[in-house]
Ligand binder design. Structure first.
Ligand SMILES: Cc1cc2nc3c(=O)[nH]c(=O)nc-3n(C[C@H](O)[C@H](O)[C@H](O)COP(=O)(O)O)c2cc1C
Length: 399
């Protein structure tokens, strides 16, 4: 399908999600779509955006809109980044490279996950534009250090330390589907794979899918199952602020924490020389019951002041969601699942479409709100109920 036909058919993210559900084996769709336990945080990440009603301004003459934003000295064309997602290469061969190329063509940033199916160096070669890299802190600090040094050498502009994943959330759709280590697909799962023969055929040509950055780290084990078990064993629940200080000292560029929800953690991050935070609950995949990202945002923004750049991810599905997050003080947002749906449906062109949908929707929302540039988007665009929900606690009591 050419790009125009693709755009006509999939005119929003919801349609791409439905198409992804059709083209992917259930076990893979659910791995991405699902969240932890009862998926309440996952659901609230999306529904809490709806609680924020917009009160648009008229007659301000925004004939042309500028959607660009500056982030750590680089100007982006769009305040929508691609969040780190492990194993994107199970959707489409070289999925990470395709997604990064689409992001770079749209003038935004691709953040590579530690768990990508291509190495840091392969991504740098296949998509040499601006990239960030995401790491975990391992029991073997040398492994974290080695990955960080490789990311720097490969030209990654910022380092993102994810801090909400030191113990794995229980993703119950994966348990039901047998998507575990080792996998237990059963007859139904195996037949479902066969039904999705187009995906199977496409992936047959792909290199063996695994956690490419870890090859060699776990001795002779290279396959996805052994490396997945190795990574899980390496996660260190003892992670603390002294580790943050240590990693901060190693990395010369912008350094961000991903998974901050509490305003006090934002304050402590600023004291440790962190440059930015992702207000995030890992897309509802870790602590079920955690506050939604958009609800946590205003207090983190207040705590951060001008010391930290605040980004948000979780539940962003429409251009108006981007506008709402910016109105509550995020500098930009990141998307996880939406770019997976694009990748599953049409590879690089699908991710390009996803970013174009966000660009068009945000542009339209700004025009309808009377905003010519992102800096004109602020809390006054939100209805009083939204302002109360976004205000510090003492005001909320009055509201
Ligand atoms: C399939 C999948 C894999 C993910 N892998 C990672 C990862 O390797 N590292 C990480 O920090 N976050 C990971 N995340 C979380 C995302 O970076 C992001 O926080 C989340 O997807 C945002 O929510 P959204 O999917 O509603 O946009 C993953 C999310 C998904 C859906």
């Amino acid at each position: 399908m050419d790009r125009e036909a693709l755009a006509r058919r999939y005119y929003n993210i919801g349609r791409l999600r439905r198409a992804a559900r059709r083209v992917l084996p259930e076990v893979i769709f659910d791995f991405a779509d699902g969240g932890a336990e009862d998926e309440r945080t996952l659901a609230r990440n999306e529904s809490d955006f709806d609680a924020l009603e917009i009160v648009p301004r008229m007659l301000t003459g925004p004939a042309e809109r500028d959607l660009s934003v500056e982030l750590f000295g680089r100007r982006l064309e769009l305040p929508v980044l691609i969040a780190p997602t492990g194993l994107s290469g199970i959707l489409w061969p070289d999925g990470e490279i395709g997604a990064a190329r689409a992001a770079q063509a749209a003038g935004t940033i691709y953040c590579q996950s530690h768990g990508s199916t291509c190495t840091i160096e392969e991504l740098a070669k296949g998509a040499p534009g601006p990239r960030w890299f995401q790491v975990f802190l391992y029991r073997d600090r040398g492994l974290t250090r080695a990955m960080t040094e490789r990311a720097w050498a490969a030209g990654c502009e910022a380092l993102v330390l994810t801090v909400d994943n030191q113990v794995l959330g229980q993703r119950e759709r994966d348990l039901a589907n047998g998507f575990a280590i080792p996998p237990r697909l059963g007859l139904r799962g195996t037949l479902d794979m066969l039904v999705h023969w187009r995906w199977l055929l496409r992936m047959r040509g792909a290199r063996r899918v695994s956690f490419a950055n870890y090859r060699g780290a776990a001795g002779h084990e290279e396959d996805i199952v052994s490396l997945g078990a190795y990574i899980a064993r390496m996660l260190d629940p003892g992670l603390s602020w002294s580790d943050v200080a240590w990693l901060r000292g190693l990395w010369k560029g912008p350094f961000l924490l991903k998974g901050i929800l509490h305003p006090d953690d934002a304050r402590i991050a600023a004291e440790h020389g962190v440059d930015g935070v992702f207000v995030s609950n890992h897309g509802g995949r870790q602590l079920d019951g955690a506050v939604s990202a958009i609800r946590a945002l205003p207090e983190v923004v207040e705590a951060a002041g001008d010391r930290l750049v605040v980004l948000l991810d979780g539940g962003v599905r429409r251009g108006v969601d981007v506008l709402r997050a910016l109105a509550l003080g995020a500098r930009a947002v990141a998307i996880g699942r939406p770019h997976w749906w694009g990748l599953a449906v049409a590879g690089e062109a699908g991710v390009a479409l996803v970013l174009d949908i966000f660009r068009r929707e945000l542009d339209r929302a700004m025009a309808l709100c009377g905003c010519a540039r992102l800096t004109e988007i602020d809390r006054r665009l939100l209805a009083p109920v939204g302002r109360a929900f976004g205000a510090p606690a003492r005001l909320r009591l009055v509201g």
